[in-house]
Every structure is written in C-alpha cells, then in structure tokens.
Design a protein around this ligand. Structure first.
Ligand SMILES: NC(=O)c1ccc[n+]([C@@H]2O[C@H](COP(=O)([O-])OP(=O)(O)OC[C@H]3O[C@@H](n4cnc5c(N)ncnc54)[C@H](O)[C@@H]3O)[C@@H](O)[C@H]2O)c1
Length: 361
C-alpha cells in the first residue's frame, strides 16, 4: 500500500517523502474518528473534513481537521489542494432514520448532493479512490438471512434510499470516469475506543447500546423495547453488532485493496452473529452492575425481526474478521467510554449524552 508520497516541502524542495494523506469526510463523527485512528496506525495521515454538525472537534487526534461542508465545493477544493490526499474515506452523512422520514430534503441534499460535490472535487484533484460508508439499511426488509451482498436492495426509508443512490452513483462513476470505490455496508456499529477517548456521542442518541447505558445510569427513565413477541428465541429483535474499531480496520483493508489496484468492491461489514435486544440488556446490566429499566412498546413498523450479515465476502476478499467476538466485550468498551465522558465532561453532558467537547482529551 502507498504509505508515503513524494511532495514539496514548506521550503519548496521537491521529492521530500511524506506519509500519504487520506481525506476522511465525517472524521469527527463516531465511525470516522475510529477510522482516523486506524489509518494513523498504518502510518497514514487522516485529514478530517467535517462541518462538526454532529461531530466533535476533540475526536480528531491523528491529523489535521478542516471544518467544512461537503456541499461546499470551494471548501472541498481547498482541502484537496492543501493536502493532496491519495484517497477519500467518505463517512459524512446525516444518519437518523426517523429524521430522514420527516425531513427527507435535508437527507437527499446532504447525503446525495453532498456526495456529488465530493466526487466533483475528487475529479478536480485527480483522486480516483473512495471508500464509502453504506448501510444494511439499503436492504430494507431482507428476503434472506444472513444477508449476502447480492440480496435485493429495497430500502424502506429515505436514509436507506440516500445510501443506495450513492452506491448507484459510484457504480456509474466507476464505469464512466474510472472512480474506484469500496462500498462498505455496515451493520450496527457498536462500542468505543475509550483508551483513545473516542466513542459514540450522538444527540439525540438513538442506538440501542448507548440508550441502554443511559437507562442503566437513570439519565433516561427506561429503555424502550419495541416488540417482545417476534419469532426469535427470546421474542426481541436480533441485530448484528460490530465493534467500531473492527469496522475501522475494515476500512483500512478496503483502502489497501483499492490502492493496490484490485478494483471496486461492495462488502458487508458485520460479524454474522445475531444478538437480541434482551442479550444487549443483559450485557449492559452485567458490565455496569446496574439494572436497565425496560418499557415494552409495540413493534415499530418496518422493523425486521432478524437482521445480520453474511460476512464471508469481506473475509475471503479482504481477509477481514472481527477481533471483538463477545457482545459483553463490545458493551464493556461502550460502558468505559460512557464513564470517561461523565468524569471528563460533567458540566457539558446533556440529558441524552450530547457533549460537544470532551474536556479530558
Ligand atoms: N453508526 C452506525 O451504526 C452506522 C451504520 C451504517 C452506516 N453508517 C454510516 O456511517 C457513517 C458514519 O456514521 P456515524 O454513526 O459515525 O455518524 P456520525 O453522525 O457520528 O458521523 C457523521 C459525521 O459526518 C459529519 N457530517 C455530516 N454531514 C456533513 C456535511 N455535509 N459536511 C461535512 N461533514 C458532515 C457530521 O458532523 C459527523 O461528524 C454515516 O455515513 C452513516 O450513514 C453508520
């Protein structure tokens, strides 16, 4: 893999070898910050491009941050000109399913139009490689379990549709303009890297593990469980939780694949193990040694009972496998990050965990 490039130093000397830079859109967010850490672990310099709408300035520790919107062509062109990245990892997106239903215009504009302006900026800078954060939401209600990449994609909300549209755009740009893309369809990113002070800090928090932790610590009164009468072993929905650091390693492998000239690819990134809501609750209770108060509600429309990846292509093509295999270990990292955030950011900590800056790091 390219880990250094010839460049011009600040005194104008040619051919100075410097670590290669990778532009990470959304690098100040949850997944993006872990991707930046993983890139730095490979000797690459992550350049974060993020408008900080949902990200955190302090999540950026491994390279420069440029505050900008992917819908702003001038800001993008400046970042490409300043850093000459060899590739882009495109994590920036609005990613709340419910919000996408009530404000689809913002989702199509940000996620689809924003990606088009990013691709234009890449073309202007001669950058041909992009790793894209797609989602299992593109599958909608799956017809097959576990879900292979070839499964029919029928997203059931605007968020999932924006991701599918970008997948299709990337495919067309590959055929017409030679853009090489690695489309990574994440399942449920979970856990944190508390040793490096990064983790999940969304506001509002909608993901199950952080919400279960907030319920365990009484920062919300209870955890809503949407349906306990599904045809699953304990009646609650099952999902595929992949540790966010494993997910980040998947990006590094996909990037290596692209930079080695092996061509575009589309892969699921999941563990292939279904975990139920009750199993998550049990893990949070075990790790936190607190009870998680539950409130049982009716099923949410469009929630499939079981959703997990067939991860065999990622294993066979990239050699990818998740290092975190036990859900208790994943939850423990989320818990440790939560405790750390409480200790460091108490005055800034909103009721749903919305601290914008973590003061200890
Ligand atoms: N977290 C998951 O479980 C999950 C699952 C499937 C797919 N994804 C995808 O992975 C990506 C990252 O998700 P996340 O959970 O880290 O979300 P996040 O909200 O924590 O991170 C997204 C980042 O993108 C930035 N951003 C959004 N729009 C931008 C714009 N127009 N210009 C510049 N920056 C912008 C935000 O400020 C934020 O820092 C998203 O594309 C999401 O759709 C996430």
């Amino acid at each position: 893999m390219i880990v250094s490039v010839n460049t011009i130093d600040h005194q104008g000397r040619d051919n100075v070898s410097a670590p290669a830079r990778v532009l990470v859109t959304g690098g100040a967010g949850y997944v993006g910050s872990h991707v930046c850490h993983a890139l730095a672990g490979q000797g690459l310099v992550p350049v974060t491009f993020d408008h900080l709408g949902n990200g955190h300035r302090d999540a950026e520790k491994w390279g420069p941050l440029r505050v900008g919107d992917i819908q702003d062509p001038i800001a993008l062109a400046q970042a490409f000109a300043e850093f000459s990245p060899v590739a882009v990892i495109h994590c920036a997106a609005l990613a709340y399913v419910g919000e996408s239903v009530t404000t689809p215009a913002a989702y199509y504009r940000n996620n689809v139009t924003g990606t088009l302006s990013l691709l234009d900026a890449m073309a202007g800078a001669g950058v041909k490689h992009v790793v894209f954060s797609s989602s299992c939401a593109t599958y909608g209600i799956p017809e097959q379990i576990p879900i292979p990449e070839a499964a029919r994609q029928q997203p059931i909300n605007p968020y999932g549709r924006t991701k599918l549209m970008v997948e299709q755009i990337l495919s067309d740009y590959g055929a017409a303009y030679g853009v090489n893309s690695a489309v990574l369809r994440y399942f449920n990113a979970a856990g944190a890297d508390p040793g490096n002070g990064i983790g999940e800090r969304h506001d509002p928090e909608t993901h199950l593990i952080p919400r279960a932790i907030l319920a365990a610590t009484r920062q919300i009164p209870w955890l809503e469980v949407f349906g306990d009468d599904y045809d699953t072993p304990d009646g609650t929905c099952q999902r595929d939780y992949i540790h966010v650091s494993d997910l980040a390693q998947g990006h590094v492998l996909a990037l290596k694949h692209l930079l080695a000239g092996r061509g575009s690819l589309t892969l699921n990134l999941g563990t292939g193990r279904p975990i139920s809501v009750r199993e998550i609750v049990a893990a949070v209770e075990a790790v936190s040694r607190r009870r998680v108060p539950l409130r049982f509600c009716s099923r949410r429309p469009g929630d499939p009972p079981v959703l997990y990846a067939d991860p065999s292509n990622a294993r066979n093509i990239l050699g990818f496998s998740a290092a975190f295999t036990a859900i208790e270990d994943i939850v423990e990292t989320a818990w440790r990050f939560h405790v750390q955030m409480q200790e460091c950011a108490t005055p800034h900590f909103g009721s749903l965990g919305g601290a914008k800056e973590l003061k200890c790091h």
